[in-house]
Design a protein around this ligand. Structure first.
Ligand SMILES: C[S@@+](CC[C@H](N)C(=O)[O-])C[C@H]1O[C@@H](n2cnc3c(N)ncnc32)[C@H](O)[C@@H]1O
Length: 370
């Protein structure tokens, strides 16, 4: 265990000893985002040498297509002279860099209108994003924020890739007498373990269709994700724009324990060495969609990442990149496309949803969701 992880474990143990067990959400918030010892604040976890590979890290084609999607949205609401291109949880900055590079080449008017805002909590990743985007600093203003509501208002296109899966969830487990919250407590040996909170009134949070789930079933909620969607939706409704959500998850609400930790591209015990592994949970797209509708927005999808990227023309773009490439580069492009759209790879598990302001988008199709 590294110094940061043992410090974080000691801190969490002390919190539990003083105040009692933590909710899974409280545990996730500190394991990922503790200002000193949290996972994202102590490392760059991406790439083949890191803990996991995200779609923008697979190949530049992903960020380029998202850039072109953004340009189509900008065109559909009348090409405003100033537009905020916001990315929540931009990781290494790869997606934004690939998008801006493609836009500079093919959509210079849009490139000139763009003002980039990045929502990021990690100082390590902010520094990396700054370096990666340095080629655009002379032409594009880039600002960083830690709270979404601090981003100045205005017409916006908002991109999120594997952002919502990092926001905290609560878990509830059905026991013989009913539903209890799952909590993180301590064993007699002071190692972390799951425990159960008191019996809850299921009417307040379990959908009617799931109330009679068998003993042992787990139901997950994420007020943090829904609040985020509401904040984004309210912004879009007040100032025009659209938001794209790309993440792994399920289209319909259901039961299942999807909390997972990954380290060095292998599954890791969620409760062992917090701060050392990435902890995520599947995104419930039905809950996000209903939060976006509560904000008054028009909702699109979700569709599979495969369908979305194919509709955006990943095949044609791959052929264009392959023309003039070396044999090795052509093989890389083919492998990357397979990874992004293959049913056994990211194509089916990852879903894409969008929501947009009703003044501009009511009953209008959006690219990728026609
Ligand atoms: C799994 S990474 C995804 C990175 C990137 N979008 C990609 O696809 O490569 C999650 C990102 O969200 C950031 N993040 C996590 N929780 C956050 C929060 N509450 N507010 C802002 N950023 C957050 C992380 O630091 C990281 O940049």
């Amino acid at each position: 265990m590294t110094g940061a992880a043992s410090n974080l474990s000691a801190y969490l143990r002390e919190r539990i000893m003083n105040k009692g067990p933590l909710t899974v959400a409280e545990y996730m918030v500190d394991a990922l985002g503790h200002p000193t010892w949290g996972y994202y604040n102590t490392r760059d976890p991406f790439g083949t040498a890191g803990d996991f590979i995200t779609a923008p890290e697979v190949h530049q084609i992903f960020g380029e297509l998202i850039g072109l999607w953004s340009a189509a949205i900008w065109q559909s609401f009348g090409k405003p002279k100033n537009i905020r291109l916001i990315e929540c949880g931009p990781g290494r900055g790869t997606l934004m860099n690939d998008a801006l590079r493609a836009l500079r080449q093919t959509m210079p008017d849009f490139y000139a209108a763009v003002h980039v805002d990045l929502l990021e909590i990690s100082p390590v990743l902010k520094a990396q994003q700054k370096a990666v985007l340095s080629g655009h600093h002379e032409s594009v203003a880039v600002h960083w924020y830690e709270n979404f509501t601090e981003i100045p208002n205005g017409p916006s296109i908002i991109i999120t890739n594997e952002f919502f899966d990092a926001l905290p969830i609560h878990q509830y487990e059905r026991l013989a007498d009913g539903w209890h919250e799952r909590l993180v407590g301590l064993t007699d040996e002071a190692t972390f373990c799951f425990q159960h909170g008191k019996l809850l009134n299921e009417d307040s949070f379990i959908p009617v269709s799931l109330r009679h789930a068998p003993v042992g079933d787990v139901f997950e909620t994420s007020p943090a994700r829904e609040t985020m969607v509401l904040e984004i939706g309210e912004r879009l409704q007040s100032a025009q724009g659209a938001c794209l959500v790309i993440d792994y998850g399920h289209v319909r609400q259901g039961v299942g324990d999807t909390l997972q930790a990954v380290q060095a591209q292998e599954y890791h015990d969620v409760l062992v060495s917090p701060g050392e592994a990435d902890i995520t949970a599947h995104v419930d797209f039905e809950a996000l969609s209903s939060a976006a509708k509560d904000a008054g927005c028009e909702v699109y999808g979700p569709v599979s990442q495969k369908l979305f990227l194919e509709r955006l023309g990943i095949g044609t773009r791959a052929e264009r990149l392959a023309a003039g490439a070396t044999a090795n580069q052509i093989q890389d492009i083919h492998q990357a496309v397979l990874r992004l759209v293959g049913d056994e790879e990211m194509g089916s598990l990852f879903k894409v949803m969008a929501f947009a302001d009703t003044a501009n988008f009511s009953n209008k199709p959006l690219p990728g969701f026609e």
